[in-house]
Design a protein around this ligand. Sequence first.
Ligand SMILES: Cc1ncc(COP(=O)(O)O)c(C=O)c1O
Length: 395
Amino acid sequence: MIMQEETNILYCGHHSFSLISLAGQHSKHSATTWLPKGRIYYVHRGRTAIRRACEFLHLSPETEVLVPAYNCGAEIDPLVTYGVSVVLYRVQKSGLIDLADLQSRITKRTRAVYVTHYFGFPQPINEIRRLCIDRNIYLIEDCALALFSRDGSTKLGSTGDISIFSFPKSLPVPDGGALVINSTDLAKNDWELHRAPFSLVAKETLSLLKRNSLRSASGTRLFPLFWPLLERYQAYTRYMEPPHQALPPDVPKSFYYDEDFTDKAISRLTKRLLKTFDITTIVTKRRNNFTLLLNMLAEAKGIEPLFKTLPEGVCPLYFPVIVKNRVYLYRKLNELSIAAIEWWAGYHPALPWDEFPDACFLKDHILALPVHPQLNSEHIAFIAEKVVAFIREDR
Ligand SMILES: Cc1ncc(COP(=O)(O)O)c(C=O)c1O
């Protein structure tokens, strides 16, 4: 909770939308016009797309999918519950996948390679593509964190046989994902999709609206009246501090796949909102905020940006940093309404984590700082100042 004596705080919560934006004009360069040119299915969640990808590729318990060891768990569970064998490959501490390790794990049973572009930063997708073609394996490109990102001039999501997207990570919408079938070899699959009812998105819609009222009141004298609305984030990793925890901590319940999602299409509300966002503005603002944080935190001790440069074309989702005591920073920043995230804390229990220390390091140490377009340079300076102050305080 914000302390009463903190009077000069700026609201730096997650993105939000106002009801007025629903009446907004359709943008010429909206999210729906950006997606790669393949066959597109708009589904309720990114995980719905992953589950459907299993069907398109005829995966089975006899077939293996190679999946990066640095993962959320929410993308793993639709594969595991579908019954496919998930085999992990190494991801380096830099966040880049280890191509040699990936190659060494290909067997006769391997049917697909799953690649995730972390925080909008591209993996070496052309090399992976060539490997997949050589070995006659499908490529699934996970762009849940990489909407609007490019590798040079290539849109992320246009190289894989199948790519998947999740809209609420990049945009203030309550649900929505896309399954994009780029490969013309993959036959049409006429599954029935039922519009996600409002009840499925009501809770998230309310949070988005609530954050909008906090954002509007921020900086005004009325702001303290809105404080009771602030989300009280629960630190996740406190459950994993040794010696209380013998086993690695589980992922949050919400990461597990709900079979009800399988036949659900995107909600009407999200479909409407998607048409109103302007991509150019979003990409420019995200890049500006990322660059500001990179500069402001360049000299800071005890914190290391995961990505030290911002290549052309990248639309960064967050500013991920490696910190020693993540839970402390997370708590302190969230008390000030700064939407920092303990990124991917928790371990999906179906996977052999002991074999992947670098991925575990990333899972335990990355704190994601927000750079979304509703934050301006003043917010970013506030975030940087507080990060530096809390790290100093913790030493
Ligand atoms: C890398 C990645 N892929 C896919 C998903 C699934 O997306 P959704 O939450 O929309 O189902 C997630 C969710 O956290 C994710 O982190």
